[in-house]
Design a protein around this ligand. Structure first.
Ligand code: DAH
Length: 339
C-alpha cells in the first residue's frame, strides 16, 4: 500500500505541475482526491491491513493528501493569476481612442435669418403669431380688400383646395385672424410659409416664406412705421444701412409703400448684388386700411395701425450669397452643411 501511495503522490504531483488551466487542475484534483478518486480507492483497502500497519498507512495517506492539496493550491494560484492577466490583456480598451462622432444638426439658413428678425422684433415688444397655411379665400383675399375678381388676385394665383379654400399666398391673413381674437394694442409679427402658382427656377419657387408685421393702437402714424422699419433694417443689415420709402399700392393699406435698403454689399455705390442701383427692394408696408381694421372687428375711428410684409427667402439668399432659391428647399446636406 505504501508503494501505491507513493506512486500516486509522484504521479499526481507531476500532473499538477503540468496543468495549463484552472479547469484542467480541477479535473486532476477530482481524479486523485475526490470522493471517487484514486486516494479514496486506496484508503478503502485499509481494512485488509494489520492493526500495526493501519495507523502508519493512515498517517502516510494524510501526508500525501496534505502535500497534494498544497501543490494544488500553489499551482491553482499561479494559473488563476495568469488567466486574469490574459483576460485583462484581451479585454483592454484604449480610453484615449477617438469615440464615434455623432453629427449635431443645426439651423437651416432660412431659420437663421427668421430667428434673427424675430429677435429684433421681440426686442421691440412684438410677439409672434401664426396662422394656417391652408387658408380660406376670405382671410387670404376678401377681408384684405381683395374681393373676387379683383385684378390684384392675378399676381397671387395659388393652389385651390376647394373654390373657397386655398394655400395662402401671403402671411397677411394672419392680420385679420389676430385682430378677430385680440383687442388693441396689437404688436405682432407672423412668420410663415406661403404659396403661389409659379414655375420653379433659380429665382422663383411656388413655396416661399414671408414675415408679416402688424401694429394697431390709438394714434399710430406713418412716423411709427418708418421708425420701426428703419430700426429693423439697421439691426438686420448694419447701422450704416439707409432706408428709402417709395409710394406703392396694396389693397389692404392706405397709404402704401415699398421699402428699399441701401445695398449692404457696396454701401450704395452700385454693385452686382444691387444691379448697380445702390438699393435693394425689401418689403411692402403701409397704414392699415380702415376697411381691414373693420373686418378685424376694430373701430378705425378710434384705432389706427401699420403693417408690413417681407419675403424671407431673398434676404436669406443675399445674406449667404446663395444664387439659387431651389437650394433652400432641396434638403441637400452638402449645401445645408455650409451654414
Ligand atoms: N402681402 C404682401 C405681398 O405678399 C406684402 C405686404 C405688403 C404685406 C404691404 C403687408 C403690407 O402687410 O402692409 O406682396
Amino acid at each position: 500500500m505504501k508503494e501505491q501511495l507513493l506512486q500516486l503522490q509522484a504521479q499526481a504531483t507531476q500532473r499538477i505541475a503540468g496543468c495549463e488551466s484552472t479547469q484542467e487542475l480541477e479535473g486532476v484534483r477530482v481524479n486523485y482526491l475526490g470522493k471517487k478518486g484514486e486516494l479514496t480507492a486506496i484508503l478503502k483497502q485499509m481494512g485488509k491491513l494489520s492493526a500495526e500497519e493501519r495507523p502508519v498507512m493512515g498517517q502516510l495517506a494524510n501526508e500525501v493528501r496534505a502535500q497534494l492539496e498544497a501543490a494544488l493550491e500553489q499551482r491553482g494560484g499561479a494559473l488563476k493569476q495568469a488567466e486574469l492577466a490574459a483576460r485583462l490583456a484581451s479585454e483592454k480598451i484604449d480610453i484615449t481612442m477617438p469615440g464615434t462622432q455623432r453629427e449635431v444638426g443645426h439651423k437651416h439658413p432660412l431659420s437663421i435669418v427668421q430667428d434673427e428678425i424675430k429677435e429684433i422684433f421681440l426686442g421691440m415688444g412684438f410677439s409672434v403669431a401664426t396662422g394656417p397655411e391652408v387658408e380660406w379665400d376670405y382671410y387670404n383675399f376678401e377681408a384684405l380688400n381683395l374681393p373676387p375678381g379683383h385684378p390684384a388676385r392675378d399676381t397671387h394665383d395659388t393652389f385651390y383646395i376647394t373654390e373657397r379654400m386655398l394655400l395662402r399666398t401671403q402671411t397677411s391673413p394672419v392680420q385679420i385672424r389676430y385682430m378677430e381674437e385680440n383687442a388693441p394694442p396689437i404688436r405682432i409679427i407672423a412668420p410663415g410659409r406661403v404659396y403661389r402658382q409659379d414655375s420653379l427656377d433659380a429665382t422663383h419657387s411656388p413655396v416661399f416664406h414671408q414675415i408679416e408685421g402688424l401694429v394697431v393702437d390709438k394714434g399710430v402714424t406713418m412716423a411709427n412705421l418708418k421708425h420701426t422699419l428703419d430700426l429693423m433694417c439697421k439691426r438686420l443689415f448694419g447701422e450704416a444701412t439707409q432706408t428709402r420709402f417709395r409710394p406703392h399700392h396694396f389693397p389692404f393699406t392706405e397709404p402704401s409703400c415699398e421699402v428699399d435698403v441701401s445695398c449692404f454689399r457696396c454701401g450704395g455705390s452700385g454693385c452686382g448684388l444691387c444691379k448697380g442701383e445702390g438699393w435693394i427692394e425689401l418689403l411692402g408696408c403701409g397704414m392699415v386700411h380702415p376697411e381691414v381694421l373693420r373686418r378685424g372687428g376694430i373701430d378705425p375711428e378710434v384705432y389706427s395701425g401699420f403693417a408690413f410684409g417681407m419675403g424671407l427667402d431673398r434676404i436669406t439668399m443675399t445674406r449667404f450669397r446663395i444664387d439659387d432659391i431651389r437650394l433652400l428647399f432641396e434638403n441637400d446636406l452638402r449645401f445645408l452643411g455650409q451654414f
